[in-house]
Each structure stands twice: as structure tokens, then as C-alpha cells.
Design a protein around this ligand. Structure first.
Ligand code: FE2
Length: 295
């Protein structure tokens, strides 16, 4: 019988579902995909959401062992660094985060002191088939690129925490138009997930509650194979890529893309204030000509 408990925390501002998974025997815990509270108009960052997880961990006398990212998110700021500063634990992410670091080092014109391209801001870089542990419970790493190159799934018993690969069946799949993303790779990653046993639970990183329906964040391999609006089991690579690219062409840039990436490629570390000087996020400016806008 399983000794793990899965508790979800919903972050409404970014529609993120963060998971706390803990082992009842060892009381060791992992958090997957944490979030800071960031108000972009004022630049205010607060810690209420992460603090609610910290409070739960303290109440239940848990030890936070792992702070895991499914990928470098573009829609919310990770609280990994903050959680580690409060509770300890190791921050881990897929090893191809180094590619995202290089890409965004260039985009933000960061210097070598501001960002490595070696992933050293993280405690551990993960490869396909790596195994981590919370107590005696194994967390198997499955590389699932496509949405981003660094994307991984964490498989704990029959629970797959899939990040942004699939959404709930009525919502389809994640966009593939970020640097390092590729619809054809996402197809292969989803097919890999569809090879898991049918009763495997798929836990979403986001749910945007289409048409105002109630929050849903867990489906199964069988349900997704049967009814996902972008990719049932019989959808071909070509048709998935066409659907995905058509949709991606219509999607707006995520509201928090630039602040989020500046923090998330550093494991959630915030810009450092020195000598009481203010700190800033950078926003690249693109001056478009009329013909660019008509593309
Ligand atoms: Fe994402």
C-alpha cells in the first residue's frame, strides 16, 4: 500500500497547481512547481502562497527534501529559492535548463556574474531515468521536451507530474513556441506518457478553467488518450504539429514572461539589492515596423 500523500495548492493568479508530495513513513516531502506572488504593475513580490505551503509542512512536521521544477516556467515566478531559504531542500530541474540559461542570457544581455550557463544555480540537474527519493519512495525522471527543451515529468508510483505537456482533456496541450520548444518533440513526449499504464494519474501544472468550469487538475492516461482535444491515441504527428502550430500562432506572449524567466533560470533567486539600491527586471523592447505587424 502506498505511503504517499499528494496535496495540491492552487495559485489563482497564474492558474498554477503546485504539489506537495510527502511520505507518511519518513515524513520527507517534495514540492513540485512552486510560485511567488508577483504584481506586475507595482513590481511587488510577496510570499503568501509559498508561506501557505511552509505552514502546512511545519504543521505536519515534514522535512522538505526536494524542490522540483518541471521546467523553467514563463507564466509565474518560482518560489524554489525562497522555499529553500526557509526550509532547506535541494532544487532540481532538467539538465537542459542550461540551454534556457544561454538563450535568456543573450535576450536579457546578462553578464557572467548574473547568470551561469552551467546550471550551477540549481542543486541538481536531472537526466532521463534519474531516480530521486523522498524517504523510500522513488521519483523517476522522464524527459518530456516540446513545450520547453528542459521539461521533465516526475513519476511517483502511478502518479505522473507532467508539467506543461498536456492539460486536462478539454484543454489540450501546452504551447511549443518558446525558445527550445518544438511541437514534434511534444508529440513524442506525449506518446511516451501514453505508454504508461492506462490507470496512471496525470497531474496538471495548470488549469485555465475553460468556460468557467470548476478547477480540474488530474486525469488518467486512459482518459487523455481517449478524449484529449489535441492528441488522442490515434492522432498522427503531422496533424498534431499542424494543430499545435496553428494555435501557437494566435497566442499572446505570457503576461509574466520576462520577469518569470529572469528569476526561473536562476532557480527562483530574486534580483539582489545592494547598498539599498533599487533592483529591476529587464523588458526587451521590440520596435516593429508596419509590415512586421501585418505578419
Ligand atoms: Fe510552462
Amino acid at each position: 500500500m502506498s505511503s504517499i500523500i499528494i496535496k495540491h495548492f492552487f495559485h489563482p493568479d497564474s492558474s498554477t497547481i503546485s504539489y506537495l508530495i510527502y511520505d507518511l513513513i519518513s515524513l520527507k516531502a517534495a514540492i513540485i512547481d512552486s510560485a511567488l506572488d508577483y504584481e506586475s504593475n507595482s513590481g511587488n513580490i510577496t510570499f503568501d502562497f509559498a508561506n501557505s505551503q511552509i505552514e502546512f509542512i511545519k504543521q505536519h512536521k515534514l522535512t522538505l527534501t526536494w524542490i522540483l521544477e518541471t521546467h523553467a516556467h514563463a507564466d509565474h515566478l518560482s518560489a524554489a529559492y525562497y522555499l529553500k531559504s526557509q526550509l532547506g531542500g535541494k532544487i532540481a530541474i532538467g539538465k537542459y535548463i542550461t540551454q534556457a540559461q544561454q538563450t535568456f542570457k543573450d535576450i536579457f544581455a546578462l553578464n557572467d556574474a548574473e547568470i551561469s550557463v552551467s546550471g550551477k544555480e540549481f542543486d541538481q540537474l536531472l537526466s532521463h531515468d534519474d531516480t530521486l527519493f523522498i524517504g523510500d519512495t522513488a521519483i523517476k525522471v522522464i524527459e518530456t521536451p516540446g513545450h520547453t527543451r528542459d521539461s521533465v515529468t516526475y513519476l511517483i508510483e502511478d502518479n505522473a507530474f507532467i508539467g506543461d505537456t498536456l492539460f486536462m482533456p478539454d484543454s489540450g496541450s501546452a504551447r511549443c513556441d518558446f525558445p527550445g520548444g518544438a511541437a514534434s518533440e511534444l508529440y513524442q513526449s506525449i506518446k511516451q506518457l501514453y505508454e504508461l499504464p492506462d490507470n496512471t494519474k496525470l497531474w496538471m501544472c495548470h488549469d485555465y478553467q475553460p468556460n468557467g468550469r470548476e478547477l480540474q487538475f488530474q486525469t488518467t492516461v486512459a482518459e487523455s488518450k481517449q478524449s484529449n482535444i489535441h492528441i488522442t491515441d490515434d492522432v498522427t504527428l503531422d496533424s498534431f504539429v499542424t494543430v499545435r502550430q496553428t494555435r501557437d500562432n494566435k497566442l499572446a506572449v505570457p503576461r509574466l514572461l520576462y520577469p518569470a524567466l529572469q528569476v526561473n533560470i536562476k532557480g527562483g533567486e530574486l534580483p539582489q539589492a545592494s547598498d539599498h539600491q533599487p533592483v529591476f527586471f529587464k523588458i526587451p523592447v521590440h520596435i516593429l515596423k508596419a509590415e512586421d505587424q501585418n505578419d
